[in-house]
Design a protein around this ligand. Structure first.
Ligand code: SF4
Length: 386
């Protein structure tokens, strides 16, 4: 990091260095660059992510001159929560406003013995999967590392972690909210480092999951710098169908994707890890018996477990929810082929917090949202006429 204290002294808030999203190595470099001891980095990360302190003046194991120096050039700034909803099943959803006015959503799902936080990595998503509410919102920009880890910080604060009043805590984080995390590689990796750091949130690498639609070169790169759990949003057992549901498949087809997931596992220090395959079941689209058999065959050489997700319809969606009969038939076929299969229980239905329903408020740069709304209103008009 090149950093000149003289140049940066007494900066306006927007120009200050935001320490919120900096992992250990970067905070160490920051302190070294301003002529301070590197060990201050661990203390800073603890103040922010263990104790929830945002005001540098309250970091009381720093001398007053150091605090003054830090205040003039740095800040700790999370994004803002502008709305919070709680479902009857305990699921909580936060609408979080970012610089520029767009919003993303984060969801906390409490279960017996664990609490899973689902966070976003981009405002909207450029990949436009045909069954996804986020995709329909278009794309604005990548989140900064501060905005990504800021969601964890805000959720931890809301749940009472910092003032020791928490009755529920975050044990798992899944990057499955808005956006394709591997299209925002560096910021996502920085945020995950803070999640895993014992001075940060101290989560186990098995309990931090990155979910991707299959950006093959980035999966290769991820395996070199991280060993978090990997989930693949598959949703189809052949290229023809997947090209339709997950258009990025045209660039990175299935055979390459499965091989790259296998190479990711090969890079892990332990050989007991598995890839999670996410498969959203849509009525008469990808839920037939032959799809299940094709999927079983496709994955036969990949250590994996399969998570079936009943499609959650949203306004204007072109697909319907799978029937229970088709869903259990699909599961049974996979189990007969020896796979571990789970069915994701839908949570937070009453606050639209279920999988694929996160939408936020995207200042869309792609005009996809506009086109989608136009198409949807034209279809509604046609339905009213006939
Ligand atoms: S499913 Fe994931 S990758 Fe596809 S559009 Fe939605 S957020 Fe993007």
């Amino acid at each position: 990091m090149s950093f000149s204290l003289e140049k940066k002294a007494n900066l306006k808030p927007a120009q200050k260095i935001n320490l919120m999203g900096m992992p250990m190595a970067k905070v160490e470099n920051f302190f070294a660059a301003i002529g301070e001891k590197r060990f201050r980095a661990a203390q800073t990360i603890q103040w922010i992510h263990h104790k929830g302190i945002l005001d540098i003046e309250n970091m009381t194991n720093f001398s007053k001159p150091l605090r003054r120096k830090l205040v003039s050039i740095a800040e700790v700034r999370p994004p803002d929560i502008i709305n919070c909803e709680q479902s009857s099943d305990g699921t909580q959803k936060w609408l979080i406003q970012l610089n520029g006015g767009s919003c993303v959503e984060a969801v906390f799902i409490p279960e017996r013995g664990r609490g899973t936080l689902c966070i976003s990595s981009q405002i909207g998503c450029a990949l436009d999967c045909s069954f996804c509410a986020t995709g329909k919102q278009g794309f604005n920009r990548n989140l900064s590392a501060s905005e990504i880890i800021g969601q964890v910080w805000l959720a931890a604060k809301s749940l009472g972690k910092f003032d020791q009043t928490a009755s529920q805590c975050i044990t798992n984080v899944v990057m499955m909210g808005m956006g394709e995390p591997l299209m925002n590689f560096d910021n996502v990796v920085d945020a995950m480092k803070i999640m895993l750091d014992d001075h940060g949130y101290g989560l186990s690498k098995r309990r931090v999951t990155l979910s991707t639609a299959g950006i093959i070169p980035a999966i290769e790169k991820l395996g070199d710098v991280s060993d978090v759990s990997l989930a693949i949003s598959l949703h189809a057992p052949n290229d023809e169908l997947r090209n339709e549901l997950v258009p990025i498949n045209r660039k990175y087809p299935l055979s390459g994707l499965v091989s790259s997931a296998k190479r990711y596992l090969d890079k892990m220090p332990d050989n007991r890890r598995k890839i999670t395959i996410e498969y959203t079941l849509m009525d008469k689209v990808n839920d037939r018996s032959y799809h299940a058999r094709e999927l079983a065959n496709l994955l036969k050489d990949l250590p994996c477990k399969i998570n079936l997700i009943p499609f959650n319809p949203f306004l204007g969606a072109q697909y319907k929810r799978v029937t229970d009969f088709a869903m259990y038939r699909f599961r049974d076929i996979l189990q007969q082929h020896g796979y571990t299969v789970t069915i994701r229980t839908t949570r937070g239905d009453d606050i639209a917090a279920a999988c694929g329903q996160l939408a936020g408020q995207v200042n869309d740069k792609t005009r996809r949202q506009e086109r989608y709304k136009k198409k949807f209103s034209e279809e509604q008009t046609v339905k009213m006429i006939f």
